[in-house]
Design a protein around this ligand. Structure first.
Ligand code: INI
Length: 168
């Protein structure tokens, strides 16, 4: 098969990055890597589906370790990620769902989660995958948590694998 690097691009999870070519080349292999997944309980109907997706990707990649931690909401993800950054993990996967509804609270929670998680990655020198949905409606979130737009938890886990391998 002709190598096609886009087959492995995580945001195309509906196309599955587990092509025969990718498996044969071992380029998604995570058998020497350990991951922490930190999950926001807010909108847990969505975040549990993101967690399922992340677990599926890591399990298929043969991850050496997967540990799951919970925090109340997406706003708490950065501090938890910072504490976990010193726990010997190859990468951290942060999962949450911030849904706009009618409130400007959305912008603060979503913005601070994104900013804080990137800050942890850069300051602690560890990949932190941003698996936080930021949508206008619950329907849009459902579509991205195992619905018709794939599973962003799965995508975040694939990103974590790729970045952990990049930095090794
Ligand atoms: N937390 C979320 O994870 N998603 C949301 O949509 C959300 N909204 O809409 O308010 C949310 N708020 C809680 C926030 O993350 C903190 O837990 C809270 O502010 C306490 O620090």
């Amino acid at each position: 098969m002709k190598p096609n690097r886009y087959l492995d691009y995580p945001t195309m999870s509906r196309e599955t990055p587990w092509s025969a070519d990718a498996i044969a080349s071992g380029r998604n292999d995570a058998s020497s890597l350990k991951f922490a997944i930190v999950v926001a309980r807010f909108n847990s109907g969505i975040t549990e589906k993101l967690l399922e997706g992340a677990r599926e990707a890591l399990t298929k990649a043969g991850a050496a370790g997967i540990e799951v931690f919970y925090v109340p909401g997406a706003f708490e993800l950065p501090l938890a990620a910072k504490w976990l950054a010193h726990g010997g993990y190859s990468a951290i996967i942060a999962l949450g769902a911030v849904i706009r509804g009618e409130t400007p609270h959305f912008d603060f929670v979503a913005g601070e989660a994104a900013r804080g998680l990137q800050q942890v990655a850069l300051e602690c020198n560890i990949p932190v995958a941003f698996g936080v949905l930021t949508t206008d409606t619950m329907e849009q979130a459902e579509a991205r948590a195992g619905g018709r737009h794939g599973n962003k938890g799965y995508d975040a886990a694939m990103t974590a694998i790729e970045m952990a391998r990049f930095g090794k």
